[in-house]
Design a protein. Structure first.
Length: 150
């Protein structure tokens, strides 16, 4: 059971991280193309949070809790790396709902309206916050691997 939970935990982290990297790569390229191509991309990016990243975060949360509750786990809810993990999921959920989804829809609407210049400003902001989110993920992954504060 422990190996299955660990597999799901790693899969959830890889999915979340991979989605972030893909969005950083494709977001800039499609936005530079402008128009309906960019609008279509940003509509897809907004839905990616709901369809890909939110389920990945749920898998991370559930499998992480399962790993703590599994028989003979040497770690508990008070372990530093566990607290970092919970914080990252909380921050990711808030950013997804309150920032990334609305800003992605805004970028899509601006591109669709032909205002690629205004969209570029929104996309830069998405990229900046996305970089912070991705850095937080990388720090959390390091905390998990090296069991910071265990």
């Amino acid at each position: 059971m422990r190996n299955l939970l660990l597999y799901l935990h790693v899969l959830g982290a890889a999915t979340w991280f991979g989605a972030n990297v893909a969005q950083m790569y494709f977001g800039n390229r499609y936005s530079k193309a402008g128009g309906e191509a960019a609008a279509s991309y940003w509509r897809a990016a907004a839905s990616m949070g709901v369809v890909v990243q939110t389920p990945a975060a749920v898998v991370l949360l559930v499998s992480g809790i399962g790993l703590l509750l599994v028989e003979n786990s040497p770690y508990g809810f008070g372990s530093g790396f566990v607290s970092i993990g919970f914080l990252t999921i909380l921050v990711g959920a808030i950013l997804g709902a309150r920032f990334f989804a609305p800003r992605s829809r805004q970028a899509a609407d601006l591109h669709a309206a032909g205002d690629d210049g205004a969209a570029a400003l929104v996309v830069r902001r998405i990229g900046s916050v996305g970089s912070i989110d991705t850095l937080l993920l990388l720090i959390t992954i390091a905390a998990m691997v090296w069991k910071w504060g265990a």
